[in-house]
Design a protein. Sequence first.
Length: 279
Amino acid sequence: MAIPAKVNANVRGRKVGLALRALREQKGYTADFVAEQLGCSQGKVSRIELAQSNVGKGDLFLLLDLYGVTELAERERMWELAREARRPGWWERVAPDERLATYVAFEHEAAEIAAWNANVVHGLLQIEQYARALFLVAPIDRSAEELERVIQVRMTRQRRIQDGSLKLWWILHESVLERPYGGPEVFAQQLSHLVAMRNKVTIQVLRKDTARHFNLGAYTIMQFAEAPTVTFLETVVGELPLDDPSHIPAYQENYNRLRAEALNPSESIEFIEQVRTRL
């Protein structure tokens, strides 16, 4: 699974592409026909619609002319979205690699996140000491400077959880609570943080007696206010977007099964507190 060579990770860029594709399809035009009218390649039209390349003002207005969009307010709205898609996010200045930048760009625009993990505490809920301990044993070698940048990105990402602009529902396997990264003291602080976040996020623990789900790889389902749902799969090199969007419903169905089989949120917090007292 690979990220395309040129990725516009900004969800606002996807909104522009999706809107232009919808307008083209409403007119019954093929991408080849549109390309001929614009005097460009069919590949360029496809890249714009897939948000794999930015659309300039000239091309955007030519497309809107072709699709019969004449209302000034709508044309200006589309151009503002296209301009926003070009502006770099804060993560692009500090993320050490393209994969992380891509993931954070989507996360930054998400309204809701549903995540399943059987190995470690979710990144949006990690305290700094725990995160540092994880990165020190990660399979990816990083310089001291890169390590600090990755930790900075992770801590900054958590602001949307704190301010309530991002809803998180996290299901963890019980075994996550048996891996005290950073040592007992740090792990106790990490578990205390999870308990303290009970009013800001929804946490469920999947007990070992439902271990038939344990072999499922970790994944994150992101939902957006005005864009299609995206699923990221966790790998040893970071989170990668699912290649085939048609598989997303299967992940959503699986997540619903996990929610039904896990301890409810209140029971889960009580279970985490019990684990903490034993440290």
